[in-house]
Design a protein around this ligand. Structure first.
Ligand code: 5GP
Length: 123
């Protein structure tokens, strides 16, 4: 999938749309999700035009891949989630219901989060 430079996270990165920032460095920006699904729900996005994890890890410079992953860890630390625990998740593509076509890692926390996925799936 080609990157759409008009997606909402691209606009946030360019400062065209505001966000509630948690952490930022040269590689990444972290901000609160507008529609939180847990007491703490933050999104971490890389500074670059990448649709998904597959796209990012195939195309991004190594320094950015490393910097982005470090930013996810730093964001969890900044939010005070390391000791109580938290969950990270990245949706990609239609089956995962990815809504925004700019790679983002969700960080969820602030309460016991329950099972990882719906356990009632069947083949
Ligand atoms: P996805 O389904 O693509 O993994 O998740 C996209 C997430 O982006 C959703 O949780 C949604 O609430 C969040 N989101 C969509 N638009 C905005 C926005 O303009 N600002 C913020 N902060 N979050 C957004």
């Amino acid at each position: 999938m080609a990157y759409d430079p008009n997606n909402i996270f691209a606009k946030i990165l360019r400062g065209e749309i505001p966000c509630n920032k948690v952490y930022e460095d040269e590689h990444a920006l972290a901000f609160h999700d507008i529609n939180p699904q847990a007491p703490v729900h933050v999104l971490v996005i890389p500074k670059g035009e990448y649709v998904s994890m597959a796209d990012f890890t195939a195309s991004a410079p190594e320094e950015l891949v490393v910097g982005f992953m470090r930013a996810v860890g730093k964001t969890a630390e900044t939010l005070g989630l390391v000791e109580p625990g938290y969950r990270t998740l990245a949706n990609a593509g239609a089956n995962a219901h990815q809504e925004v076509p700019h790679l983002h890692i969700h960080i969820f926390g602030g309460k016991p989060l329950g099972p990882m996925l719906d356990r009632q799936f069947s083949n």
